[in-house]
Write a protein that binds this ligand. Structure first.
Ligand SMILES: Cc1cc2nc3c(=O)[nH]c(=O)nc-3n(C[C@H](O)[C@H](O)[C@H](O)COP(=O)(O)OP(=O)(O)OC[C@H]3O[C@@H](n4cnc5c(N)ncnc54)[C@H](O)[C@@H]3O)c2cc1C
Length: 318
């Protein structure tokens, strides 16, 4: 059985990993541009946004991602990551009540004294500790999944595809038993699939701004080298937009960091920008017979592997 996968972000790499485990021979076609999955440090965070919503699959998604990190490291791959937990400071009682309503019974958590949270500025009303959360290096995790899948990676743009073939920009056609499209934000725009595209940026700092991730509005986290401060905060657009961080967004991000730590980000040594995709998009088997996994929004590393595993379980086998 041969699987052809378009896109080598966390979605495509996770599909490759589980397809290989299910006995498929895997080829991944990737244009090598604008992968959101190369985010320098991504949180694996089940409690989302400023409302504290928790997806039904968040706890199992988080545990699967960590079990993959463990298995890949045992297999010899290098994946910078930290599992020291995440702290979600909240500004007032009303926000805490919203968070509390969303917390599922099987998610380990504790409300802690914000004054005792290392790196957190004074003035926060409450702090939710999520001991199972953490961060990982997006590019390293994605590369490790592809490596473990023994995937043949073809560096090219796919211009067209069907249930059993992919046509590259060179005109070459690859054939297989199954095609899975995982093109992310840039790919959805190339394919005319619509969706909601949202840009965001990460500032890279020479040292972490807090010993463990803190998140409210923006997130601060250790990274493979130094630290990272990020958020996806540009106005949503209906196509992929690639742009360096605008000055107004940088000022917004600095303000969020100031609120979390008491000062604007120090020792910024670089920036990274990316675009994430959400909205109404194809998922699973499409009417054209090819399969799709996309629209992971800001939860690619929380839910991507879990959704990929479910998709691969549904693929037809000979
Ligand atoms: C600033 C920022 C911060 C984020 N922080 C977090 C976080 O903390 N935690 C978290 O879980 N998520 C986070 N995310 C979201 C996460 O990065 C995405 O959900 C995830 O990376 C999407 O993965 P993907 O595989 O669907 O797409 P992508 O990673 O974008 O990969 C798509 C790949 O497909 C290729 N491609 C597309 N079309 C074609 C084609 N026709 N032919 C060949 N190749 C093609 C592209 O070149 C690209 O390499 C963040 C995103 C941003 C922008």
């Amino acid at each position: 059985m041969r699987a052809l996968i378009i896109g080598a972000g966390v979605a495509g790499a996770s599909v490759a990993y589980f397809a290989h485990a299910a006995g498929f021979e895997v080829t991944v076609v990737d244009a090598g541009v604008s992968a959101a999955s190369r985010v320098p440090s991504a949180l694996v965070n089940p409690v989302r946004g400023q409302s504290g919503r928790v997806d039904a699959d968040a706890v199992s998604g988080m545990r699967l991602t960590w079990s993959l990190v463990e298995a890949l490291i045992r297999a010899g791959f290098d994946i910078p990551h930290g599992r020291e937990g995440i702290v979600r400071p909240v500004p007032d009682d009303r926000t805490r009540m919203k968070f509390e309503r969303n917390l599922p019974l099987d998610l380990l958590h504790a409300w802690v004294d914000p004054a005792g949270v290392s790196g957190l500025a004074p003035g926060w009303a409450h702090a939710l500790s999520l001991p199972e959360g953490g961060w990982l290096d997006g590019g390293a995790f994605t590369r490790a999944l592809l490596g473990a899948a023994q995937a043949r990676v073809v560096r090219a743009r796919a211009l067209g595809w069907s249930a059993t073939s992919v046509t590259l920009s060179s005109g070459v056609a690859l054939t297989g038993d199954t095609v899975v499209w995982c093109g992310g934000s840039v790919g959805a725009t190339w394919a005319g699939l619509g969706g909601v595209h949202r840009g965001g940026s990460v500032l890279l700092t020479s040292a972490p701004l807090s010993p463990a991730p803190l998140s409210f509005g923006a997130y601060l986290t250790p990274a493979a080298r130094g630290g990272a401060v990020g958020a996806t905060f540009e106005a949503p657009t209906d196509t992929f937009q690639e742009a360096p961080i605008p000055a107004s967004s940088r000022a917004w991000l600095d303000g969020k960091v100031q609120a979390l730590t008491g000062s604007p980000p120090q020792n910024v040594v670089g920036t990274w920008t990316g675009s994430r995709l959400s909205g109404t998009l194809p998922f699973g088997r499409t009417p054209g017979g090819w399969w799709a996994l996309c629209g992971l929004g800001s939860k690619g590393f929380l839910l991507g592997p879990l959704q990929a595993r479910a998709l691969v379980e549904a693929l037809p086998r000979e």
